[in-house]
Write a protein that binds this ligand. Structure first.
Ligand code: PDD
Length: 279
């Protein structure tokens, strides 16, 4: 399996990252996870656009155009013969030495880009059975719209869930549910779909955007409005969404079943509509 290191396809063993890379020292970088289905990158343009938007927010000048990046990623999946799998990519601000919090001048540093692939089939069984979650206060920062490689707040929440034998953590600020540790969350109540509006409190999920589009096309009423922890617990259906999970039914929250504890009809429909988009 080859990987991308800056603008080249190389063996993974040949990648050399400096110990003073700002990604390593400050988590000063961005990432994306893109899914490939049947050898084709899904919603690649949207992922690349989000990367460019994030880069602008942190004054990171990307060393490629959108088109050059998509070309490179396509080369990688072709080279690795990826049919259904994940592409992880990240870019850091690069090396600045000696260690200094201030962004270095662009003349003195070059961003470091890496990307790799993993073969991952669609998890049809879990998509049918659903996942169990806990709820936790959202203790992360206030730039959750930036897909930063600084994920300590997220992984601490995920770890809490795993310690309790659950799959994900749904996060809330005051009483408003924001998102999960590594996915967005939406609820269905009386046939209306509610999900937290985009902004600085959540990552604007690409899977969520696709799901909201197909839901609206199907005549489902979608409200991008905050909902409370109480609404979450009284919802008819709940689902998490991400590139890797697609639309994932949440069947248990804090040890209590959601609805009858099984995947509900709206989530099942959304899963089917999502597959149509992918194929
Ligand atoms: N996570 N919110 C958070 C905090 C996420 O980390 C993710 C994705 C999402 C969903 O975004 P999208 O639909 O664009 O994948 C929402 C990725 C998959 C990860 O960190 O592995």
């Amino acid at each position: 399996m080859k990987v991308i290191w800056n603008n080249q396809l190389v063996e993974r063993e040949d990648v050399k990252i400096d110990m003073e890379d700002r990604g390593y020292q400050f988590a000063d970088g961005l990432y994306e996870v893109i899914r490939a289905y049947n050898g084709i990158l899904f919603t690649a343009e949207q992922h690349v656009e989000r990367l460019f938007t994030g880069a602008k927010k942190i004054d990171l000048i990307l060393p490629f155009t959108r088109e050059e990046l998509i070309y490179l990623l396509n080369e990688l999946i072709k080279e690795n013969s990826i049919e259904t799998g994940n592409i992880y990519l990240q870019i850091t601000r690069g090396v600045s030495s000696p260690r200094n919090h201030t962004y270095p001048k662009i003349e003195f540093t070059s961003p470091v880009f890496t990307a790799s692939t993993t073969v991952v089939p669609r998890n049809l069984e879990t998509m049918k059975d659903g996942i169990k979650v806990i709820t936790l206060p959202d203790m992360r920062w206030l730039h959750c719209d930036i897909k930063s490689i600084s994920l300590l707040g997220n992984i601490m929440a995920k770890h809490e869930a795993h310690k309790k034998g659950k799959d994900e953590a749904i996060l809330y600020r005051d009483e408003a549910v924001t998102e999960c540790s590594a996915s967005n969350v939406s609820i269905i109540k009386n046939k209306i779909l509610y999900t937290h509006p985009d902004g600085n409190l959540i990552l604007s999920g690409i899977t969520k955007t696709v799901l909201l589009k197909v839901a609206r096309q199907r005549g489902i009423i979608v409200k991008e409005e905050t909902f409370t922890l109480k609404d979450l617990k009284e919802a008819d259906e709940v689902f998490a969404s991400s590139t890797t999970m697609e639309a994932m039914p949440v069947v248990e929250i804090d040890d209590k079943p959601v609805g009858d504890g099984k995947r509900g009809p709206v989530v099942k429909l959304l899963q089917e509509l999502y597959v149509n988009e992918v194929e």
